[in-house]
Write a protein that binds this ligand. Structure first.
Ligand code: NOJ
Length: 758
């Protein structure tokens, strides 16, 4: 066995590290400042109240301006506009004793006013350049509006689409998730945090939030360490390695200890093993919530959180109100308080707030750099790259730009629901609906007729729950029969039917778990009625998670999954429907056939009783009586209007050694009738290990654009590093032996070859 690197080796992040000289200057400055601070002022720095504009839990802080004057606030979030932030900052730097500037945070998750697709959608672009660009634009706009800290990227791996927050992450794969985490950190933070258009990123939710039981939000997590290290930790670590300036603790417990009080997680792993030197902030009221977890009263849990390595308390007021007493009682140390305070001051220093507290409050920038035509144009282009064509029988798509198109469905004419969950800065009235986008695109070439067809859901109580945060589903009081009859009449007059169906924006996201992830039954009835007209039907599927659309796959000729595509949704969808852009998105999360298969993911273990390939059922094998083991749509899957052929998978040798490089190449041909892009995916399988290894793991991908008829040799370079994993002792190792390499168009459609690691 080659023992390559111990897990405890420090892989220090580099991009946001100060030069030694700057570090020294920062230390001198902060030493001096802290020398002047009272205990109360230090505790004030650890306090992060919400301004109250937007809440996602119970708020307990009040009278914020007074607290700022008294030095009891370190930062504020959920507040925007350069003007408002300037006014609040002014209180801090003119009316508090030490004039320490505040740090201003916000959930800038997928764009700011120019909203990009939800993160799950963005991940399906498999385009790191575009993802970085979207984060760059988000930072540019947010920083022009007073914000210098975003609570993003959310990098939680999840294999459970019942969990509404899958929409906020990058899907199920640690490798893809890691690349995306890095691209986003780079996009937000750029190469210099002090610039007025870069902002501090915050990796969340540390850790394992995506593995909550039963997909029920905020639920318990219980996971073995090998899985943790190999499958769930990588994206957090990748973000830290990319220089992320802050980390947010997750709500869930890990091995019985909530993340916010988990010393092993926050200190042994994050700081000591990964070398993270930035600031750790809790999630919203996470300290207070540890009382409900059963860890003690507010004073006790606050002390636990600080001792574990938490620096800043979001909203719970626990640090501010209890740590002094805990210090007097010897439950926490002065050193722990100082350390936390120092990290917060360091973040402010790195952002340049001590030099200029109004650095991000330039009202002129706010007027000229937010929601610009250029940014919207980029958003439109990016959105089209995130759509996944799931089915396209008889080349139903692209649509012809002539005749009559029936656009039907509860998501067809609904601006408010285009940006998806967590788009707190977006002005929904400016989003482009599909109806608008399609009508703009076809102009006078074709006629677009519209009917709503049905509501998003049929139960008014459920409708009220999902019509929140300014995103009404626009409940129609007419009966289902009446709406369907109108839709059918419109369909009959048309040449083709586009059905805009699926979830509304807030059916996924935080606190939006679902135990049934079908398209709602009333929408299915609509689809049945539309199919019965005999017209070709195209589903434009809006969703924040994989859905169990087995019936739709079996019955509807074409399905384009558009997630929630942001401000420019309608234009971007029209671009793809009409073939101006050829779809190239690939799924970053498996679509199960039914809910009983969950968790279903491509990089699973083989078990001791695997089902034979191609079989539906075998007695005493790992399978179900009533459904095959196959996914409905596998990880990495996505069609194009053109076709791609893979041939001649070649390896540069039969073996790889610790210091050699190894080339894997494949011949890719665009064999269809359209120019288009293909995401070429490379997977590995370690055939024999000291611990069980997944049947396949993504280890490389390239997005290749080919003109129709064009052929290209696509090459990947592998090194021994790509074969490493955490073993029984949690050491990062590679083990000599046989490997398989797979290259292809999705996780279940590949060419394969073998090689040996010597
Ligand atoms: C709770 C969410 O879990 C987290 O993702 C978000 O950043 C905070 N609220 C702040 O809004």
């Amino acid at each position: 066995m080659i023992l390559l690197a111990l897990f405890t080796s420090l892989l220090m992040s580099c991009s946001q590290k100060n030069a030694p000289n700057e570090d020294h200057q920062m230390k001198v400055f902060i030493d001096d400042l802290m020398g002047k601070m009272t205990l109360e002022e230090k505790l004030g720095q650890l306090n992060l109240p919400s301004s109250g504009d937007i809440t996602t839990g119970e708020t307990s802080s009040s009278d914020i301006a007074q607290k700022i004057k008294e030095g009891q606030v370190g930062g504020l979030f959920n507040i925007k506009t350069a003007e408002k932030i300037r006014a609040v900052q002014k209180v801090a730097v003119e009316q508090s004793r030490l004039k320490i500037p505040l740090i201003f945070g916000m959930d800038v998750i997928h764009g700011y006013q120019t909203a990009f697709p939800i993160p799950l959608g963005m991940s399906c672009s498999w385009d790191m350049g575009l993802i970085e660009k979207s984060a760059r634009i988000a930072a540019q706009e947010a920083s022009a509006d007073g914000i210098c800290w975003t609570f993003s990227p959310m990098v939680d791996i999840s294999r459970d689409p019942r969990w509404g927050r899958m929409s906020e992450g990058s899907g199920e794969d640690p490798y893809l998730g890691s690349q995306i985490a890095q691209a986003m950190v780079k996009g937000y933070q750029g190469d210099d945090l002090r610039k007025n258009n870069t902002i501090l990123s915050c990796v969340k939710h540390f850790a394992l939030y995506g593995a909550i039981e039963a997909g029920r939000d905020y639920n318990t997590v219980d996971m073995g360490r090998i899985r943790m290290y190999n499958e769930y930790f990588p994206p957090y670590k990748a973000a830290v390695d990319a220089g992320a300036g802050s980390v947010m603790t997750s709500f869930n417990e890990i091995d019985g200890i909530p993340a916010t009080a988990n010393r092993w997680l926050l200190t042994d792993i994050l700081r000591k093993a990964w070398g993270f030197s930035g600031l750790v902030v809790t999630d919203y009221t996470a300290i207070l919530e540890m009382t409900d977890h059963g860890l003690g009263n507010l004073k006790e849990v606050s002390a636990l959180a600080l001792a574990a390595g938490t620096d800043m308390d979001m909203v719970a007021d626990g640090f501010l109100t209890t740590l002094k007493e805990s210090l007097d009682e010897g439950k926490v140390t002065q050193q722990e308080i100082d350390q936390a305070c120092r990290r917060i001051l360091e973040a402010k220093y790195k952002l340049g707030l001590f030099e200029d507290p109004y650095r991000y409050c330039d009202e002129n920038r706010a007027k000229t750099e937010i929601f610009t035509p250029e940014n919207r144009q980029v958003a439109r282009g990016i959105a089209a790259q995130t759509f996944v064509l799931l089915k396209n029988d008889n080349q139903t798509l692209p649509l012809q730009e002539k005749g009559t198109i029936a656009l039907i469905g509860p998501l067809a004419d609904n601006k408010e629901n285009m940006t998806g969950t967590w788009s707190v800065a977006a002005d929904f009235s400016k989003s482009v609906s599909l109806l608008e986008g399609l009508r703009n695109a076809v102009g006078t070439q074709a006629q677009v007729l519209y009917a709503k067809g049905t509501n998003v859901v049929s139960n008014p109580k459920l409708d009220a729950r999902i019509s929140i945060f300014g995103k009404p589903t626009q409940w129609d009081k007419r009966s289902q029969q009446e709406m369907i009859a109108e839709a059918v009449a419109v369909a009959r007059k048309s040449d083709v039917v586009v059905a805009a169906v699926g979830e509304s924006a807030e059916m996924s996201g935080e606190s939006s778990s679902r135990s049934d992830i079908n398209i709602p039954e009333n929408q299915k009835e609509l689809l049945e009625a539309l199919l019965a007209t005999g017209k070709p039907v195209v589903i434009v599927l809006f969703t924040g998670r994989p859905l169990t659309i087995s019936w739709e796959k079996a019955n509807v000729p074409a399905i384009l999954n558009v997630w929630f595509a942001g401000t420019e949704a309608g234009n971007a969808i029209a671009d793809v429907l009409l073939g101006k852009v050829n779809p190239s998105g690939k799924l970053s999360a498996t679509f199960p056939q039914n809910i009983g298969q969950i968790p279903l993911y491509y990089n699973h273990k083989n078990t001791g009783r695997p089902l034979a390939e191609g079989k539906w059922f075998q007695k005493f094998r790992s399978n179900y009586l009533d459904v095959s083991n196959d996914p409905l749509f596998p990880f990495g899957f996505g069609l194009s209007y053109t076709t791609f052929d893979y041939k001649n998978l070649k390896l540069s040798g039969l073996s790889l050694t610790a210091d050699s490089k190894f080339t894997v190449s494949v011949e890719l041909t665009n064999s269809g009738n359209y120019d288009g892009a293909e995401v070429v995916q490379l997977y590995l399988r370690d055939l024999v290990g000291s611990v069980t290894r997944p049947v396949k793991e993504l280890k490389g991908f390239q997005k290749i654009f080919l003109k129709k008829g064009e052929t290209r040799i696509v090459e990947f370079t592998l090194t021994e590093k790509d074969l490493r994993f955490y073993n029984e002792n949690l050491q990062l190792v590679s083990e000599p032996g046989d490997f398989k390499v797979f290259v292809g168009t999705s996780s279940d459609n590949t060419l394969e070859a073998g090689f040996v690691l010597k």
